[in-house]
Design a protein around this ligand. Structure first.
Ligand SMILES: [Fe+2]
Ligand SMILES: [Fe+2]
Length: 337
């Protein structure tokens, strides 16, 4: 369906099914002139006026609302299954449990959040999953995994980002594995931090997906503008992007500052000047996306920042090697589920 901005006359093509998903009219800001475009859905239902329809919160108001409501993130069903099996096996060890946690961004985020809480007396210092597991102990890990596995949101698609079930999980695993390997090869002291930051770098997508879905026609119109990416759309339409909300959530959970900072700047690490962990996560993210692992809406429009490539001395030959290794790591980990 073509819709035209009544102010600047620019036309956008919005998929019919997206419009039909709305029971009332929907209005959004024209990406070009910021005027209001209103689309009346054909389904029956009470019609809202344009002012009411556009009164969707953005920027700090939306961010505060999200931060108030986000408690925990949903884990992947495969991981939840595996965790249940490991917990039920009397021969399984503490290390077996830690290994399961290392394969899921949502569970890893919960483990880091809890181990960095004031209760354990090491607030804001635990950056690796291994350290977190030791801090929490077997009993608490068991409880935490049981709770995580009971999550009602298991296994849904991320329709806002056009990611199928498992895409973001695979992508997060690829980035974690690749960031750890890059660190091992270049800065071994950062290997554990790189893995943790890589695993949860895109957890903001789990948080933002439903807010994007609510504004899908607006996102569709925005990314039709030449050179505009989905990340630009997040910033323009929501007032912040998935890396910023992830950093705010990690801060709320008192996850250490160095992980939070690397996550916040994983798309633009050079804004930090010289931050090695941010370089590692950014490079691993680029490598994972170039391999097509969890690419989603505009993953292929991603390139590795020049300072990062220089700092890590990455040439195209090395990038190809890391791409292969990342894909192998994901296959091996997923295969073990
Ligand atoms: Fe990202
Ligand atoms: Fe990513």
């Amino acid at each position: 369906m073509n819709v035209q901005c009544p102010q600047c006359r620019k036309t956008y093509s919005i998929p019919e099914e997206r419009i039909k998903a709305y029971s009332t009219s929907v209005a959004f800001a024209c990406p070009s002139c910021k005027g209001t475009i209103e689309i009346r859905a054909e389904k029956a239902g009470p019609q809202k006026d344009a002012a009411e329809a556009t009164a969707v919160p953005t920027g700090n108001i939306l961010k505060k609302r999200i931060l108030r409501t986000v408690n925990d993130l949903p884990p992947m069903p495969q991981v939840a299954d595996k965790a249940r099996r490991v917990m039920a096996d009397p021969d399984s060890s503490f290390a077996d449990l830690a290994k399961v946690i290392e394969t899921d961004q949502a569970i890893a985020a919960r483990v880091l959040k809890l181990s960095n809480s004031s209760y354990y007396g090491v607030m804001g210092t635990v950056t690796s999953i291994q350290h977190a597991s030791v801090v929490l102990g077997m009993k608490t890990l068991n409880e935490l995994l049981t709770l995580a596995c009971a999550s009602s949101l298991l296994g849904s698609n991320l329709d806002g980002y056009e990611l199928q079930t498992g895409d973001l999980w695979r992508h997060s695993l690829a980035v974690a594995g690749c960031a750890r390997q890059l660190a091992n090869d270049k800065h071994p002291e950062l290997a554990d931090d790189a893995f943790s930051a890589g695993l949860i770098h895109d957890c903001g997508k789990l948080i933002l997906d439903k807010y994007i879905l609510e504004r899908k026609p607006q996102f569709d119109a925005f990314i039709q503008e030449e050179g505009k990416t989905f990340l630009d759309a997040e910033r323009d339409i929501l007032g912040f992007d998935h890396s910023q909300i992830a950093a705010d959530v990690c801060e709320k959970w008192t996850i250490p500052k160095k992980l939070t900072t690397a996550i916040q700047y994983h798309h633009n690490p050079s804004m930090l000047g010289h931050n090695e962990l941010a370089f590692l996560v950014h490079a691993a993210d680029g490598i994972a996306l170039m391999s097509g692992i969890g690419a989603g809406v505009d993953g292929m429009m991603y390139s590795i920042d020049r300072h990062t490539a220089e700092f890590l001395k990455l040439d195209s030959m090395q990038i190809s090697t890391y791409m292969l290794a990342a894909a192998e790591y994901v296959e091996k980990t997923v295969g073990n589920m």
